[in-house]
Design a binder for this molecule. Structure first.
Ligand code: CS2
Length: 484
């Protein structure tokens, strides 16, 4: 892919240069300055679709699509990607033949790269196109980036069949297996069933959200939906796939209008769907690919027997620190991760949390020290505007997987862990509307009544046993009032 590197700031009149030092070809053409990205102009034939993706957000464009672009056999692996619901991003990408710019933003420079692995982009509402892709014999891999909340888990971990959207989809599929459905579970199961009826072979389903055991979670969600619908062909459809577990990592903030302008300035090509991301990226996977897969290892992906330790490390150290900062750092007036970690007070909080969490991770100390040092640099990248408001969303799904394992392990050994308690206390204050960040969180409705009742309610939401731990209730109460 074409690469342009621009040192320093994202704006200004510097002439972009190619990675090899040459002037970027596009810049020298007087016509191209207004020409949108297109496969004809860019000389990028679309690869045949053998991958489907659900969740056409920035993270997918910076991660799974980027790895596919850099697989040695990328010319054989095109992706058809569907949004959750929105139509805008699908329309923008379609107008650009699926091409878009990845801006890899290091502390001192930007690298611009046009990615071409996206063969087609579709609005989530186009269920007929979704099913059509599932029926194609050559389909091999289905990846997901749908957010933690979209797995619709009940407190026990299974599919929450009482949710209105889930039960509406159950009724719809019972009446007609090709009926439009909206939940992730139903869209996947409907696809698997359509594929089975069409005689297609098994595919790999590859969830890429920050949930421990995401492969198993997905298998369970689809299996339980099939059981609830209750006919054998649905169960067979659910079993007609391999569920792959993954650990995914690449910090990818929301794309802003400034980013769109920076891409236009630097490359001379307007792009309505660029994505800005950090240089660091990681993908660890475990599971079978019955119909093959792109050679993602060429781009650095690792295939291992068990992703659990990688997941636990990333969820606790990276995501746990993110959640800590998202709820606590706004109390000190910070709006982004980089701003927060420039503040010594926040750095002490992060270190305290890392010490606590690291004690329960299955890696040698030297490895964890290096991982923490790298994370410190990644968080501090001043040119990545990763808003705390974005990370704060959906704490109800995030806190249990990021913080509870450490809290349980510490309480089991009789300790009262200040780091974990700080995260929960700051989350509580956020839910009570005290950190000024909009509350988009399934746990907010449980917090009614007095402050003391709120402490109890938030713990009971996480786990009734925690609400019965009187010492913990006291420690959490004290911490919350101290932070407030
Ligand atoms: C963040 C993650 O929004 C959040 O909750 O913690 O999106 C985080 O940036 C990614 O997992 C990094 O790989």
């Amino acid at each position: 892919s074409d690469v342009v590197q621009v040192p320093g700031a994202t704006h200004g009149n510097r002439l972009p240069r190619r990675a090899d030092g040459g002037e970027h070809a596009v810049m020298s053409s007087p016509h191209s300055a207004t020409r949108p990205l297109s496969r004809a102009v860019d000389g990028r034939p679309a690869a045949p679709v053998r991958m489907l993706h659900l969740g056409l957000g920035g993270f997918f464009r910076a991660h799974q699509a980027w790895y596919t672009e850099h697989a040695g056999d990328a010319d054989r692996w095109g992706i058809a990607a569907f949004t959750g619901r929105s139509t805008t991003i699908a329309e923008r990408l379609t107008a650009q033949d699926g091409l878009y710019t990845v801006v890899t933003r290091a502390p001192d420079r930007d690298r611009f790269e046009v990615v071409g692995s996206l063969t087609s982009a579709h609005p989530g509402g186009d269920h007929a196109a979704w099913l059509d892709h599932w029926r194609r014999p050559e389909l091999a891999v289905v990846t997901l980036t749908v957010t933690e909340a979209a797995y619709a888990r009940a407190s026990g971990g299974g599919l929450d069949t009482r949710r209105a959207d889930v039960s509406a989809d159950i009724a719809a599929l019972r009446a007609d297996p090709t009926a439009p459905v909206s939940t992730v579970a139903a869209r996947l199961l409907a696809g698997l069933a359509a594929r089975r009826r069409a005689g297609g072979g098994p595919v790999a389903v590859v969830p890429c959200d920050n949930l421990p055991g995401n492969g198993e979670v997905t298998a369970r969600m689809i299996g339980e939906l099939a059981d609830t619908i209750g006919r054998p062909e649905w169960r067979e459809a659910a079993a007609h796939a391999s569920y792959v577990a993954t650990m995914v990592d690449r910090i990818t903030p929301w794309t802003t209008p400034d980013d769109v302008a920076a891409v236009r300035d630097a490359t001379g090509r307007p792009d309505e769907a660029p994505v800005v991301t950090e240089p660091f990226t990681e993908w660890v996977l475990s599971g079978e690919f019955p119909a093959g897969r792109p050679r993602w290892e060429d781009a650095g992906a690792r295939f291992v027997a068990d992703v659990t330790p990688y997941e636990e490390r990333k969820l606790s150290l990276l995501n746990g620190a993110h959640s800590l900062l998202a709820y606590a750092a706004p109390l000190l007036g910070h709006a982004t991760v980089a701003e927060a970690v420039a503040d010594p007070v926040c750095r002490v909080w992060v270190r305290e949390w890392w010490d606590e969490a690291s004690a329960h991770l299955d890696f040698p100390e030297t490895v964890l020290t290096a991982y923490r040092a790298a994370l410190t640099d990644r968080f501090a990248n001043p040119r990545i505007r990763h808003t705390l408001a974005k990370i704060a969303e959906d704490g109800a799904q995030k806190i249990p997987v990021r913080v509870l394992p450490t809290l349980y392990a510490e309480r089991a050994s009789g300790a009262m862990p200040p780091g974990a308690i700080r995260v929960v206390a700051a989350w509580l204050l956020h839910l009570l509307g005290k950190n000024g960040i909009p509350v988009r969180d399934g746990a907010a409705p449980v917090l009614t009544g007095s402050p003391a009742e709120a402490v109890h309610a938030v713990l009971a939401f996480l786990d009734p046993a925690l609400a019965g731990d009187t010492e913990l209730v006291e420690a959490l109460t004290a911490r919350a009032w101290e932070l407030d």
